[in-house]
Ligand binder design. Sequence first.
Ligand code: PLP
Length: 436
Amino acid sequence: MPIAEPTSSSFSSIALESIALESIALDLPWVRSQFPALAQSAHGHPAVFLDGPGGTQVPQRVIDALADYLARNNANTGGAYHTSRNTDRMIAEARAAMADFLHCDAEEVVFGPNMTTLTFAMSRALGRELAPGDEIVLTLLDHDANFSPWKTLEEKGVVIRTVKFNEEDCTLDMQDLASKIGRSTKLVAVGYASNAVGTINNVAEVVRLARQAGALTYIDAVHYAPHGPIDVRMLDCDFLACSTYKFFGPHMGVLYGKHEHLKRLRPYKLRPNTDNIPNCWEWGTLNHECIAGIKACVDYWEELGRRANPAATSRRAAILAAHEAIHQHERKMTEKMIAGLLAIPGLKLYGIRDPRRFDDRCATFVARIEGHTPLELATKLGERGFFTGDGNYYALNLTEQLDVERLGGFLRIGLVHYNTMEEVDRLLGALREIVG
Ligand SMILES: Cc1ncc(COP(=O)(O)O)c(C=O)c1O
């Protein structure tokens, strides 16, 4: 199958069309004032939060929304009384907010405990339709949450085909992907961005190739969501999953499913659960206080966007403006970080390193330094107030293929929009000092 040229940025194709560029600027002092956690210190040093890929901090309004819900509206749904009705209304508002975040209809938004659980639920439901010999295409670049839930379908005779990545820059091998999609392909599951090496995949092209073959697509946008705008309508994907705790909200997962699929597929569910979507995909009692936090999280995105572009005419437009401002700020930090990391003796940086291709990566960096384990580096950085990650971050196929799994994986430094250029400088200084 012919493959279209990668877009220079999946970001720009969505956001720029509707926003006047010159009006976009990130109000960083305001941003930082919103996140109480950023004012903390650790071991006598100001805390620097560089583990956004593991989970981001939350603005005060998210904390307030959780507390307020528990204090004033704590109830189950569907009751004929005040707090229950307020709960129903609040969930509907949060769903509508997430629909604007993803650009879909509210009834296409499914809430769940986290992306992994939602993906297992969907793999079980899709698995009911699959027959021995049907194929699912997965990638070795993906987090295991978009791999193992599908691989378990091998027990039904489903054939798993895995797509390689180019080791040199950790980008998906699109030729290999195209060659793995065929007449028997029923589903292509791919990550929007790698939570380890930061590569942004050309998911629009993956969806196009899958669609040509009549296959469904399942996009893992967990890592991408804090960094770039998501437009499921434009992508025309069938499913897309993300986790609000990665984009400044509470610990919850969100699944977008195309209306026709949510309606047609048969979820495993309890009998009293109606067949109405999306509730038939949401089992048991949801985490209402966190859902209140999700609404507050999208409110934060909206306000951030309106500060960047006061002319934004809708919540969706404001969210896109927020993304544009974030993109520019993260881009500058990426340039500084990569130049600084590459200058550290004995450091090997994985993923895209060429500044001309920085639009195809996000501000997530993994490295190894000769003579130091990732755990040792993360520990020493932690003692200096820098919170970084170490290990495989569940991107297990990637660390195995790069042969770093047996060596403790990588040191991961993950920037999000509340990080600063000054923090990047200080981190680089601390690393230089540790390496000696
Ligand atoms: C890219 C990616 N996908 C999936 C997941 C799993 O998300 P959750 O913790 O919501 O199950 C993560 C978590 O780190 C991730 O980074």
